[in-house]
Design a protein around this ligand. Structure first.
Ligand code: G3H
Ligand code: 13P
Ligand code: ZN
Length: 309
């Protein structure tokens, strides 16, 4: 039981065509809910922390909570920085004991993204930490019907190969049609599988990462709305598309929105059904259990990584 690297996890996943969930964490109940699911399912696990999560919870709390979850369950966890925007935050996380960092230079021109990524790779590798980078821009909702917008923002396969070669990065986040949050597509869901296949064919040994991979499960959106929420028009990536993507090199599947929805739906239900309740344990506990159930579902039915630890 330990904080572990993603290196071995990804090599196995790449070889056996399954994926590993990378779940965003912000507080104790979310961490416990996810780690309990991985423990029950004997699954590999990545917990990731965004800059916003670090600010909200304060860095020491999150690392110590993750360490506590490892001690409590014996689950191995890769602790990852999500969307590090500069060298400084990546360095801080390496120094804090993270086993993986993401440098997200996707907003920069190609050469600048390469230079920034190389700088992080050099520091992280010298400290035994692996690095994820990103090339291409995740789709905005309005992009999904426009082919021109796709080729302007989606990851170019040749550039992906050159990027990996020149940076020495360990894994690569690509843009093939997903986006962050609960409103991913205006029309029918669309992922550019032909582009994914080309990228995977050019860099078959590089683990690929799918951001914005929540499925925005109807069950939770409906429950939120039934209990006073207003989340109209939410739409995620169909689960069968995630399963398909795992066949073409997608090893890491980033999930945050589905956690938020599962927890919030349950908290809404408890509070509406028990309006006299004011003990936080009485609603955070069920919220935590809802996360465990949802993560178990992902591990078993979507990522196909149950029993793969
Ligand atoms: O990719 C973004 C993640 O969902 C983290 O979101 O920046 O609100 O913590 P956040
Ligand atoms: P979702 O908003 O689809 O959960 O994506 C999360 C993510 O990509 C975190 O980096
Ligand atoms: Zn992301």
């Amino acid at each position: 039981m330990a904080l572990v690297s993603t290196k071995e996890m990804f090599a196995k996943a790449l070889n056996e065509d399954y994926a590993i969930g990378a779940f965003n964490v912000n507080n104790m109940e979310i961490i416990q809910g996810i780690v309990d699911a991985a423990s029950i399912e004997n699954a590999p696990l990545i917990l990731q922390v965004s800059a916003g999560a670090r600010k909200y919870a304060k860095p020491a709390y999150l690392t110590k909570l993750v360490e506590a979850a490892i001690i409590d369950t014996g689950v191995d966890v890769a602790l990852h920085l999500d969307h590090g925007e500069d060298f400084d935050i990546c360095k801080k996380c390496v120094d804090d004991g993270f086993t993986s960092v993401m440098i997200d230079g996707s907003k920069h021109p190609f050469e600048e993204n390469i230079a920034l990524t190389k700088e992080v790779v050099e520091y992280a590798h010298a400290h035994g930490v692996v690095v994820e980078a990103e090339l291409g821009k995740l789709a905005g909702v309005e992009d999904n019907v426009k082919v021109d917008a796709r080729s302007a923002t989606f990851t170019d396969p040749d550039e992906a190969a050159e990027f990996v070669e020149r940076t020495g990065v360990d894994s690569l986040a690509i843009a093939i049609g997903t986006s962050h949050g609960a409103y991913k597509f205006k029309g029918d869901p669309y992922l550019d599988f032909e582009r994914l296949k080309k990228i995977h064919a050019l860099i078959p040994d590089t683990p690929l990462v799918l951001h914005g991979a929540s499925s925005v499960l109807k069950e939770f959106v409906d429950r939120c709305n039934e209990y006073g929420g207003k989340i109209p028009g939410a739409q995620g990536v169909p689960e069968e598309m995630i399963r398909e993507a795992a066949k073409y090199g997608i090893c890491k599947v980033n999930i945050d929105t589905d956690l938020r929805l599962a927890m919030t739906a349950e908290i809404r239900r408890v509070l509406v059904e028990n309006p006299a309740e004011f003990d936080p344990r009485k609603y955070l506990g069920p919220g935590r259990d809802a996360i465990t159930r949802m993560v178990q579902h992902k591990i078993k039915n979507v990522l196909n990584c149950s029993g793969r630890k």
